[in-house]
Design a protein around this ligand. Structure first.
Ligand code: AMP
Length: 229
């Protein structure tokens, strides 16, 4: 059979276009990490400069576009000066953000909006969503995962005790998220503690899904992991 050069070229172009359409190179990212933080673990650090009272629930750190290859696109066009006063996020959503996405640190006239603006400029701009859709989806997805309840279902609670990885993994196995630790000093010892839990959210922001492989632990060492009170 004779195949014309034009046919070969057409197949090559179509193959290339369909490759582009299914990779993050064309779309910028494949999924989000919805990063939930444990305020105690943010604030029990040296020089953390946190405000006096911090929530006793997991709060949002950010919703970060990620690629399947491990990339994390940042600082895309579309920066804003201030999220709250931009007029581009409705009041209901801003109210939810004040409750679920607080700045834990001191300072500034509107610390929450300062933090959201940092997160939008660095991560949200690469989502290709409007500010309204990006923030609405983040607070809605965060509200759909009761992290403390998941952990409590396996008797893991913020009581300054250390827990086996396997127990944490079992509690979270519906989502297989990434558990990120940091260090805390207590009674002359250094412990690894739960700092953040990064859940996977579909590209369109509409569903929290399993991250697709066993729960990963980052910066958690190999021993038990403390859950700080
Ligand atoms: P990112 O740039 O998105 O990786 O976020 C890291 C920065 O956000 C660091 O400067 C942290 O100190 C800061 N940060 C993390 N959580 C909070 C929070 N809840 N309030 C204020 N700043 C925070």
């Amino acid at each position: 059979m004779k195949v014309s050069g034009a046919a070969v070229a057409t197949v090559a172009v179509v193959t290339w276009l369909s490759f582009l359409a299914t990779t993050s190179d064309a779309q910028g990212y494949d999924f989000f990490y919805l990063v939930m933080q444990w305020p105690r673990a943010v604030c029990n650090q040296p020089r953390s400069n946190c405000r006096a009272a911090v929530p006793r629930t997991f709060t949002i750190h950010g919703m970060w576009p990620q690629t399947n290859r491990g990339g994390s696109p940042q600082n895309c066009p579309g920066r804003v000066r201030d999220v709250r006063s931009s007029g581009r996020v409705d009041r209901g959503t801003l109210g939810a953000m004040d409750r679920q996405w607080p700045n834990l640190k001191r300072g500034g006239r509107d610390p929450n909006s300062q933090f959201w603006t940092h997160e939008w400029n660095k991560h949200g701009t690469c989502s290709r969503m409007s500010l309204q859709n990006y923030f609405r989806r983040a607070v809605d997805r965060a509200a759909s995962v009761d992290v403390l309840r998941l952990l409590r279902s396996n008797r893991i609670q913020p009581d300054n005790r250390s827990y086996r990885r396997a127990a944490i993994e079992a509690a979270l196995n519906r989502y297989d998220p990434v558990v990120k630790c940091n260090d805390v000093r207590s009674g002359g010892r250094t412990y690894k503690q739960i700092h953040e839990i990064r859940f996977c959210v579909q590209r369109d922001g509409n569903r929290v899904v399993s991250c697709g492989r066993r729960t990963q632990f980052r910066s958690c060492g190999s021993g038990d992991i403390r859950f700080s009170r």
